[in-house]
Structures are given as C-alpha cells and as structure tokens.
Ligand binder design. Structure first.
Ligand code: NAD
Length: 433
C-alpha cells in the first residue's frame, strides 16, 4: 500500500519504518526541514533501539522516503497516518493545531478516496472535528474515511512494541476503511479490536491514565511503607503475584514523566470537564506524582543538611531508560530545585546529554558514572539505566567525598550497599545509614 506518515517524530518515524519493513511504500513527512535533511543523510534524529538499522535499510531498498512536501505525499498515498504532536496548551488541553493543519492540507489536495488515520493521541470527539474540517475544506468533494488508530508503543522498545503489539485498536465507521486497516495490519498477526471512533479515542486516554494511576498508587503505598517501616518492594511483589493486579507499573520511585502520561492525564481531565465530568481520581493521581518529586528533593536536603555549595552527582537524565527523550523528565524539576538551593550539579546519562543541555543549564556533564562520583557529596539515581545497576562500588566510594547514595528508582539492594559502606536512601524502604 502507499502510505503517508505525517510527522516524523518518535511515533511517526517508528510507524513509517515499520510499515515500510512490512512491504509498503511509505513517505514520511515533517515540517522540520533540518530533521528531513538529517534523515535523508541517514542520520536518525532520535535514539530508539533498532530504529536506525530499520530506517536506513528500508530507505536504501526504496520503500521509505523522507520529505517536507506533504501535498505531494498525500496525492500519492491511499492512507495518511497523522502522527504529529498534540502537546499541552497552557490550560492543559491538547493543542490540536498540528492535527488541524494536516487535516486542512489533506482536504485541499485530496482528489481520490483516502483513509485518514489519527494515530496521534487526541481527546474524544477529535475524529468528528477532523471529519468536519476535511469536508469543509475539500473542494473536490471526494469520498474519504476518518479512522482512529491510537499508538501504544513505548519509547525505548518502540520498534518491538509496534511489530508485536498486545492489541491494535481501530475505530472506524465504514466497511471499506475497516478492510483497508485489516489488510495493513494483517502481517503483524496481532488481535485487532474494531470499535467506533470515540471509544477508540477514549481507549488511549484511559489506558495511559490507568497506568499513571498504578504508578501513583504504588507511590502512595511507598509513603505508608516509609511511615510504618514496611518494604514497598515486597508489597509490590505480593500484590503483583495476584493475576488480577499484575506486577508491571508497580515500581515505586520519583513518579512518571515523559511526553505521554503527564500530558495525556491532563488532557483527559480537561476533556472530561468539558463533557461535564469532574475526574477527581485522576487529579489526585497527578497530585501524588508531583508530591513524589517534591518529597525526593526533601530527602536529598535532609540527608545533606545544607545543600548550598554541595556537589551532587546525578545518574540518569532521560525520563526513562533506553531513550534520549527529556520531555517532562523528572530530572529537570529535581535538578532545577537543587540548583535553586545552591547545589553544584554533575550529571551523566548514556543517551540524553545532548537533549538535556537545552533543558538544564550550569550542569557539569560527565562521560561516565565514575566521573560523576568524583568529589561528589551525594550520588542521586534518577533514571534506572541498566548501566547503573552494575557499578564498581569500591571505586565509587573511593572517588566520592561522602559515601551517600539517594536512589529514586530502588535499583540497589540496601543491605549490599550497607556492606559496601554507603548510607543509602531509597523509596518506600528503610534507610540504611
Ligand atoms: P514528536 O514531537 O516527536 O513528533 C511530532 C512531529 O510532527 C515533529 O517532528 C513535528 O515537526 C511534526 N509536525 C508538526 N506539524 C506537522 C505537519 N503539519 N506536517 C508534518 N509534520 C508535522 O511527537 P511524538 O512523541 O512522535 O508524538 C506524536 C503523537 O503520538 C502525540 O500525539 C503523542 O501523544 C502520541 N504518542 C506518543 C508516544 C511516545 O511514546 N512518544 C506513544 C504513543 C502515542
């Protein structure tokens, strides 16, 4: 099939490369000329395991092209996947101006039947607006279908998630569009749930909000564990063994970040409000999440007594491991707060340093965890990269000024660190001092 993917970001690039790998002719379009130039020189602008090899190979074999010319791409395609950003506006609602812009361009140039797929995460009823917009701006008056097909990939394992999804959700209103969507996803041999467009839109917001709720729930439990002397890791294990609950997303820590959970929960609250429902539960989930970051900074303050003039080493900047994405990363809030109090910050992340440089100023960026530890008064774990799980603690101890580790992701065993001679503070577990 001939496919246009509008928006060559984390979702668009993966979608484009994977559909090309499945044998389709894919045109990936972006308005960012610099990004397209890089892609045409085989430079993949984001870090995502497996993506570089997939994109370059499919480009070389002629199934994947990159351009800024959306109009021509639309003319040549049967299906258009809208994968542009839907960032939060100041009031928390999703900014749909990028979706609107693509919809108007489609309407302007469309001269034969097209399936227009919203893959970007959008609030319920956006499909109706997209349909109205295309009808209103379509001078050729040709037939088209709007389909909702939310994306569930996770950054860090996006290619694998796209190729082996738990489920594919397709909201559509015509048999013709249904058949085309069935055909395009057929090679993945994954369960496809066909539904109406609105339910499909809600499935995405509800899924992300539910996962955010699970994280905040275990963080609330972590606070009770700290107050009572229990161990949240054991509690999560005990809960997770119950098949109705499951162990995933029960990791206590400094809370969720990234481009999806914070903005999607906020957008879901806003659209619910507009529809007349006050989503108090989700507001509390957000409140617990922000408190978790504040509490973490307080833990660092308490452990160091005075922050001013102290050197704090940070391990991990990306919002989660295996990505370079810094959008809404907890590290930004935590480091900014520590800097406000006069801390000197050294930091290392295996992939996110370049992106971190625009979000965080006055940080000494290091080449490895040991450079970070050198002369540090505390070592703070913010992102649970595998690389940090296997450190040479004897070396770390000999480099630090003060043997203190504050772990926002519970990646170490408290007893082992005690034996190595560290004071160790984590989340929802007894402090070892
Ligand atoms: P992104 O910011 O990485 O990419 C969006 C791209 O769209 C940018 O490169 C931008 O230049 C481009 N763009 C904007 N207007 C355009 C236009 N008119 N024509 C062509 N390109 C245009 O964003 P992302 O992380 O890929 O997310 C895209 C959407 O997918 C969002 O709605 C997001 O919520 C959703 N989503 C993201 C993830 C994720 O893990 N990042 C997962 C599932 C769903």
């Amino acid at each position: 099939m001939k496919i246009t993917v509008a928006g060559a970001g984390y979702v668009g690039l993966v979608t484009g490369a994977c559909f090309a790998e499945l044998g389709n002719d894919v045109i990936c379009v972006d308005i960012d000329q610099d990004k397209i130039n890089k892609l045409n020189q085989n430079i993949i602008p984001i870090y995502e395991p497996g993506l570089e090899e997939l994109a370059i190979r499919n480009k070389k074999e002629g199934r994947l092209t990159f351009t800024t010319d959306l109009k021509n791409a639309i003319k040549e395609s049967d299906i258009i996947f809208i994968c542009v950003g839907t960032p939060p506006k100041e009031n928390g609602e999703a900014d749909l101006s990028y979706v609107d812009s693509v919809a108007r361009t489609i309407a302007e140039v469309m001269d034969s039947y097209k399936v227009i797929v919203e893959k970007s995460t959008v609030p319920v009823q956006t499909g109706e607006e997209v349909k109205h917009t295309i009808k209103a701006y379509n001078s050729h008056n040709v037939e088209f279908d709007v389909v909702s097909n939310p994306e569930f990939l996770r950054e860090g394992s996006a290619v694998n998630d796209f190729m082996k999804p738990d489920r594919i959700v397709v909201g559509c209103e015509s048999e013709k569009a249904k058949k085309i969507m069935q055909k395009i996803y057929e090679p993945l041999k994954a369960p496809i749930l066909f539904t109406d467009i609105k339910s499909s839109e809600i499935i995405k917001h509800a899924s992300n909000s539910f996962l955010a709720t699970k994280i905040s729930f275990i963080n609330a439990i972590a606070n009770i564990c700290e107050l009572s002397g229990a161990d949240v890791e054991k509690v999560a294990e005990g809960m997770g063994l119950d098949k109705r609950i499951g162990r995933s997303f029960l990791n206590a820590g400094i809370g969720y970040g990234g481009f999806c959970f914070p903005k999607d929960a906020e957008a879901f609250i806003r659209i619910s409000e507009k529809l007349g429902y006050d989503f108090k539960l989700l507001r509390e989930v957000q409140e617990i999440n922000s408190n978790q970051r504040r509490n973490f900074v307080q833990k660092i303050e308490k452990a160091l007594w005075v922050i001013k003039g102290k050197t704090i080493g940070i391990l991990g900047l990306a919002f989660k491991p295996n990505t370079d994405d810094m959008r809404f990363a907890p590290s930004v809030d935590i480091i900014s707060q520590l800097q406000k109090e006069g801390a000197i910050i050294k930091a290392y992340d295996p992939e996110a340093i370049d992106r971190a440089k625009s979000a965080l100023k006055d940080v000494y960026y290091c080449n490895n965890p040991y450079d970070v530890a050198k002369d540090a008064d505390a070592l703070v774990i913010i992102t649970e990269w595998n690389e940090f799980k296997q450190l040479d603690f004897k070396k770390i101890k000999s480099l630090m000024r003060n043997s203190l580790i504050i772990d926002g992701r519970n990646i170490y065993n408290p007893e082992e660190l005690k034996q190595e001679g560290f004071s160790y503070i984590s989340i929802g577990r007894k402090e070892v001092v």
